[in-house]
Design a protein around this ligand. Sequence first.
Ligand code: BG6
Length: 494
Amino acid sequence: MTAGDRTEVSAAQLAAAGTPPLFPEDFLWGGATSNVQGEGGIAEGGKGLSVYDTLVVTPEPGIEPVYSDTAVASDHYHRYREDIALMGELGMKAHRFSIVWSRIFPNGDETEPNQAGLAFYEDMVDALRENGIEPVASLLHFDMPDNLRVTRNGFESRETIDLHTRFVKAVVGRLRGKVTYWITYNEINTAPFFPRLVAGSERPETAQKVDYEATIRHHTLLAQAQAALAIRTLQSDAQVGCMIYYGPSYPASSDPRDVTAARFLNDSVFHVPLDVMAHGEYSTFYRRFLERRGSNIPEQSGDAEILRAGAEVLDYISFSYYQTAVASHPDTGNEVADEDALMAGFFSGSQPNPHLDRNEWGWQIDPEGIRTAAAQLYARYRKPVFVVENGIGIDEQPDESGVVQDDARIAYHRGHVRALADAIHIDGVPVIGYLAWSPFDILSSHKEMRKRYGFIHINRTHDDLRDLKRTPKKSFWWYRDVIASRGASALEGD
Ligand code: BG6
């Protein structure tokens, strides 16, 4: 049997028949991390505090609060060359990292960048290239200088948009020629919902929720459009990507109202910002959404042109994928309240999907969802897609031989790689690469050390730094084989 005989069969079935459909030769297999969650060194090299450093964590629902400070994290700041050498041994073709804004502009409002910060990331890029790894650089990943939160309330202020562009220009000016793939803004779609971490901002008591969220939405989208334009202007051969958290909602049942509820959530959470970033304008859906609540987009003259121009230079859409959600119509009889309840429900944890397992943090494990996500994104935006985060958080310990036997992580990635193969080979989606979260253990976005994602174990607990030794987990060797076989080893077996 060949792919030509039975195009509808899955990639795994073709593998079982002896003809695994290999991933493209230039496919970017690799890993992704958030430097602010892994570096530590928070006051070294001239760095200022970031909004992540000062974050006081609100626990995820049902999670016992056991958090760490960010002073050392995984000590990537001092050990990045060792970490990158291990990534090279893993065979990674690409690594996504973030350039911490408060390392480059410690207070965010200086006129000149901190040269030590720029030199630090330049050396990180050099180390990646020396190990045959393509750098994928993110420009805003929970790392706004805390001073901008305190003095401007982050992206509530329009001034912050230009300060961000200044940061982008300083970084791209230094690294162009060494970095091709850029990501403008991590999970920008979550900024209105988690403004403290994602946009360096908190809703003033006097502000209406709907107006405040529209402001954060608009200003972050302007920042991303200006970033995209700055990258393209400074580096004509750059690959410019936007980035969203993407975990599509399924209808809880075939009740048409549940289908509408799921569509509403997908439009609100994902398509509103993506339509701006990829099509260059707000959807009529979003304008009506605000109008019906007596609000509107705080647009100024010239904004529409910036958003349009930003979309024109966009090369690809990148996304993080961890799980899917479930939507059902909250039947209160009040349409407007229903929609707001739906949104609130989505962000306080989706309802369980009876067909899926969950990890300890309640995140639903849905490999097929990554295929759906990739196919939906491509169908709507017709841009290549790039999976720049996918992984599972596990509370785990090394065994007596000192190795973490993380079979659950292997099963997670295996399932997602297989589903992605179907997105490519059956659905015809152009996928640039698959970057697993995260090559080595780091603090979670909630500053938890016990929620580990890495292929490489870091020997520390939430409060005991031990020796911070790096040790490959079982999944390290599994992923190395997957990359070396262009995906074939993940497709084999049941
Ligand atoms: C994404 C973020 O939301 O998910 C990462 O871009 C984050 O920074 C990752 O770490 C996993 O989430 P968490 O909360 O388990 O760390």
